[in-house]
Design a protein around this ligand. Structure first.
Ligand code: ZN
Length: 857
């Protein structure tokens, strides 16, 4: 019975469903929408969109007298049906049209609605320069997903309705308007231009879009189809650098999905102040202009490439094959996130792909343990936007990978291709994916979906190993630690276990069924293996804790071909601690061929409470990979010594090839200096250094200056640092930097005087009145780190006033964080600090002892 599966309270996880959550269903359909034609004009200074919305509907049954459309805060002027004026009622959310002629099957209705939207809160966004930001471009763009198209035109606004669409829009010169499908006509007047776009393949209302601006157009192509990049003028080189792989990606995905790109063109428009990373509107993706990379940023920024392939993958998963209801959004978001893994595999190889997958898994684990646990498919929520979390994206991606591992490459792609081909230009639910897999391969993967899709959670494995020399037997004991007493929390999976030898990279594999709370397996081997590889290939979504002897862990870190296994070995080694483990980790940092493993080794070295770990880490500062240098500098912030400071300071003063490395260095020098409160002159010196960064290093997306802001936020008891941060929260400061400064107020607040805390609260409540999504989120993040009940008041008023479901949800979650912060009382904090000091002394003693022991050997 599924009810029990959905009961997540007992496992100690918070519930996904907030108070007021209820089941959501698609509405009854009066008929099939065949075509939507928007004929509109934009008055940009007035933030107004007006004109007519024309919907052609084929009724499914006779006798319908009332049509109900979604339309929020519009002004409805008049309604005609088949050119006859009809009565209507409008309550600001739904438009009810009374049909004087009840419907008849086969007799189409042409609904024409004259309307306008003025200063809409959502759906369509007007961006303009103002006195604080005179450089801001003039742009208009839309964002329909999930239920926001109704804020800019009346429609049957749910993904179950697919139709063709057409947008004719009149805009002031010199602006251009880009929309779905093909440009069929342009009409120039004296001061205006009308652009007429037509999308002839069916799609849902949430994918209809409009992007207007004075864009530069960069033309590329794929098999004769136009591939265009639209960016603000002056950023043409960044556009090519950031999106230039698009034609190769179209080729790659067309082949993998077994369906050539379905639409007449592919445009990507980079817009200002976008509230998501990207949005896969049919044939016309919108991207945040912050994804545009300059020459330095491309060095260690893979996010843009991932974003570009993610939105492109949606052109198949989401746009060509459309989800019937939001509860099945994991089908498209999981696959779009998995396309990032696929592309990484093709472009950068298997190790990078495996590491990308691990990062996705971790991002989901994080949400699972800190926010809530839920089934990937659920229709119980307050607003559909709440579903767009790390369960459907990152966990969804991991589930696609498990399907691939379960079927093998050949059958997996056959199944995916069958799914796409059978459902092109139609809507799907999760069951359709299972059916396509069964049709294409004969395999029934219901067991996998039951465990990973229809219920929350994942297995947490503890794996112990020992060798019986007399019998030549390897004993492996696997415990599912996530399962309490009840068997419903147990997973039932077939998992390969491999044994490896230093001189032979090929593992000897055995597959076992793991289904009990604890199971021991015995494997006869001709000789003692050097290491053990649990879940060969690391295909299953899981966590593991390895309890192997130190020599097996060292061998695995050095010889296992799977980077994820090497990372698990590094984690287990760090837990063991001691000089031998530290040396093995230091060696791996020097020698491992893959930067991803080196990054993870760095993190583990920072966890080892031995001074010798510092020597190993510092060597990594010269690593050729910027990812590793950044990790080392981040790790050194945990080792708050003068030597750490000396090692990092140069990266602040002299810089690095990578923006992110420089930013990390700014943060770390702050963290180290702030830990030595007795040394006031040094503190002043570092604050001055960070101030000089703020004054001199403006640049790409303000990454470096945001690092300086983070560094300043470490000085929790410094009024000088606080004053500096407050300066950068002022309106007029470049937005990415200002957002960082707003967020930093939360962290710095925790050591400030009551009077200064009041100043922080005043500033945050003032900023909270701004309606821009990213500003509101920054305010929420800051408030959530504070330790005063007054933060709760501001959070609650934000939750009550916002028009955004995401902001509402975050605000409520931050309230419980603040409550928790307050609960941790002062004496406990003091005890923790004292404990930290004792640990530090203990570490010094231990390090000396280890050295003595090493010498005496
Ligand atoms: Zn997506």
């Amino acid at each position: 019975m599924s009810q029990f599966y959905f009961d997540t309270e007992k496992t100690g996880h918070k519930r996904f469903e907030l108070p007021g959550a209820k089941p959501h269903y698609n509405p009854d359909r009066p008929g099939q929408v065949e075509h939507i034609f928007l004929d509109i004009s934009l008055d940009i200074p007035a933030q107004k969109c007006y004109g007519s919305c024309n919907i052609r509907l084929l009724p499914v049954r006779n006798g319908i007298e009332l049509l109900t459309l979604d339309a929020v805060n519009l002004k409805i002027e008049a309604v005609q049906v088949n050119e006859v004026v009809e009565k209507f009622e409008y309550d600001g959310e739904q438009l009810c049209i009374n049909l004087s002629q009840p419907t008849e099957i086969g007799h189409r209705l042409l609904i024409a609605i004259a309307y306008s939207a003025e200063k809409p809160q959502r759906g369509i966004y007007f961006i303009q320069p103002d006195k604080h930001y005179p450089e801001k471009p003039t742009q208009v763009w839309t964002q329909g997903e999930d239920e926001d198209s109704r804020y800019w035109f009346p429609c049957f606004d749910y993904p179950g309705q697919l139709s063709t669409s057409e947008i004719r829009v009149r805009v002031p010169q010199p602006l251009v308007a880009i929309s779905n499908g093909e440009l069929v006509d342009t009409i120039a007047e004296a001061k205006h231009t009308t652009y007429h776009w037509s999308q002839q393949q069916v799609h849902p209302t949430y994918l209809m879009t409009l992007a207007v601006g004075d864009f530069a157009e960069i033309r590329d192509e794929w098999h004769g189809k136009p591939v265009t990049y639209y960016v603000e003028k002056g950023r043409e080189a960044d556009a090519k650098r950031s999106m230039g792989k698009t034609p190769q990606m179209i080729e790659f995905l067309s082949e993998k999905y077994g369906y050539p790109y379905a639409f007449p063109k592919y445009a990507q428009v980079c817009v200002d102040d976008f509230i998501f990373g990207g949005m896969e509107n049919t044939s016309t993706t919108l991207l945040t202009d912050r994804c545009l990379l300059d020459e330095r940023a491309i060095l260690d920024n893979r996010n843009t490439e991932s974003l570009v392939v993610h939105e492109l993958a949606h052109q198949w998963f989401g746009d060509l094959v459309v989800i019937k209801h939001w509860s099945h959004a994991w089908i498209k978001e999981g696959m779009a996130s998995y396309s990032e893994v696929m592309w990484t595999e093709r472009e950068y190889g298997n190790q990078e792909a495996a590491y990308y997958r691990l990062s996705e898994a971790r991002s989901y684990f994080n949400e699972d343990s800190s926010r809530y646990r839920r089934p990937m498919v659920t229709h119980v929520y307050r607003e559909a936007i709440e579903l767009y979390d790390r369960h459907i994206y990152e966990k969804g991606s991991c589930v696609y990978h498990m399907i691939r591992a379960e079927l093998g490459d050949e059958l997996f792609w056959q199944a995916v291709q069958t799914f796409v081909q059978d459902n092109a230009h139609q809507t799907v639910e999760t069951i359709d994916l299972l059916r396509a897999i069964e049709k294409a391969t004969g395999r029934n993967l219901a067991f996998l979906f039951d465990q990973y899709v229809y219920r929350g959670g994942h297995p947490d494995f503890k794996v112990a190993y020992s060798w019986d020399n007399d019998a030549n037997l390897a004993k492996v004991t696997v415990t599912q630690t996530q399962a309490k007493a009840e068997s419903k929390d147990l997973f039932n999976l077939k998992i390969p276990i491999g044994f490896g030898y230093k001189k032979n990279p090929q593992l000897i594999n055995f597959t076992v069924r793991i289904h009990e709370k604890e199971q021991s397996f015995y494997f006869p081997l001709s000789q003692k293996p050097d290491f053990i590889s649990f879940d060969v290939g690391n295909n299953y979504l899981k966590t593991v804790t390895l309890e192997y002897p130190i020599s097996e862990l060292k061998a695995q870190l050095e010889f296992d071909l799977d980077p994820i296994s090497r990372i698990y070995a590094a984690e287990a080694l760090a837990k063991k601690g001691g000089l031998e483990a530290t040396q093995a980790l230091s060696l791996a940092l020097k020698n491992d061929s893959f930067w991803g493993v080196r990054v993870e080794v760095v993190k583990q070295l920072a966890e080892v409470q031995l001074d010798q770990a510092f020597d190993g880490l510092v060597a990594g500062l010269n690593d050729p990979s910027p990812f590793v240098r950044r990790a080392v500098i981040g790790a050194l912030s945990q080792i708050k010594t003068h030597n750490s400071y000396k090692a990092v300071k140069g990266f602040v003063q002299d810089g690095d090839a990578s923006y992110y490395v420089e930013a990390a260095a700014c943060r770390t020098v702050g963290a180290i200096a702030a830990a030595h409160l007795e040394d006031k002159p040094h503190e002043d010196k570092v604050i001055k250094l960070l101030k000089s960064v703020l004054e001199e290093r403006a640049g790409w997306n303000e990454v470096v200056r945001s690092g300086a802001v983070a560094g300043l936020s470490e000085f929790k008891s410094s009024e000088a640092a606080l004053n500096l941060l407050l300066e950068y929260t002022k309106i007029g400061i470049p937005q990415p930097l200002r957002l960082s400064a707003i967020r930093a107020l939360g962290k710095i607040s925790t050591g400030q005087t009551p009077a200064n805390i009041e100043r922080i609260l005043d500033r945050l409540s003032e900023i909270a009145r701004e309606t821009f999504f990213l500003t509101q989120v920054a305010v929420l993040t800051a408030l959530g780190q504070m330790e005063t009940p007054k933060a709760i008041g501001i959070l609650q008023s934000l939750a009550n006033q916002t028009a955004d479901g995401r902001v509402r949800r975050y605000a409520e979650e931050e309230v419980s964080k603040v409550q928790k912060n307050i609960g941790t009382d002062k004496t406990l904090k003091q005890l923790r600090e004292e404990l930290d000091q004792i640990k530090q002394q203990n570490q010094e003693l231990k390090s000396r002892l280890e050295n003595l022991e090493a010498k005496s050997k």
